[in-house]
Design a protein around this ligand. Structure first.
Ligand code: SF4
Ligand code: SF4
Length: 190
């Protein structure tokens, strides 16, 4: 594992090859950061992550909270004058971080897992069961009843549903998960 501020000249090319995002083209205009809905919560803003990658800062990037906070909304990709899509880049960085033994923030990772599990199970997010799983997984799990009043209000107002429904194309969704797992394990082996 590289130490902080150690230069790793292979990092940028590796991220580019694995994610398909041409990260080395970025000229730091910061349009991605300006449009990102979660940039305010990141330790390094999206454009800064790009610059750190170009500067070979593997350790700084893979240990940052930013890579776990991207929600994949693709707002940055539509704004970038260089057609750099940051969502697949952040996906790749998360894989790399796990492969290389970096520990994500437990609460952020719990939400990430719960979100993906919900889609795998139902074909789309079912908020109630996803939040229950999140509570059980997260370091705040002991605080199971903390948000019950908010949850009840949302239920009563019909903003979230009691029972999940499986989408019609669930088999295809699960095939996508299997394919993603297969590709990620192939990448780890090669
Ligand atoms: S919008 Fe594109 S070119 Fe501009 S900083 Fe972001 S990734 Fe780089
Ligand atoms: S895809 Fe990620 S980095 Fe890009 S705007 Fe959305 S949350 Fe921000």
């Amino acid at each position: 594992m590289a130490t902080a501020f150690e230069l790793d000249l292979t990092f940028g090319r590796e991220v580019q090859t694995r994610s398909g995002a041409p990260v080395l083209r970025c000229y730091f205009c910061q349009k991605c950061t300006a449009g990102c809905p979660v940039a305010y919560a990141m330790d390094y803003k999206p454009a800064q992550v790009l610059r750190l990658i170009q500067l070979g800062q593997r350790d700084v990037v893979l240990s940052s909270s930013a890579i776990w906070l991207c929600v994949g909304c693709e707002a940055c990709g539509t704004r970038c004058p260089n057609q750099i899509r940051l969502a697949p880049m952040f996906d790749t960085l998360r894989y790399m971080a796990l492969e290389e033994g970096y520990s994500p923030d437990p609460a952020v990772y719990a939400l990430h897992r719960s979100f993906l599990d919900s889609i795998r199970l139902w074909g789309r997010v079912h908020e109630l069961t996803m939040l229950m799983e999140y509570k059980l997984r997260s370091p705040f799990g002991s605080d199971l009843l903390a948000d019950i009043r908010v949850g009840l209000t949302l239920l009563l107002k019909g903003k979230i549903t009691h029972l999940p429904e499986r989408v019609r194309g669930l088999a295809q969704v699960r095939r996508l998960y299997k394919e993603a797992e297969r590709r990620s394990s192939t990448e780890v082996e090669t």
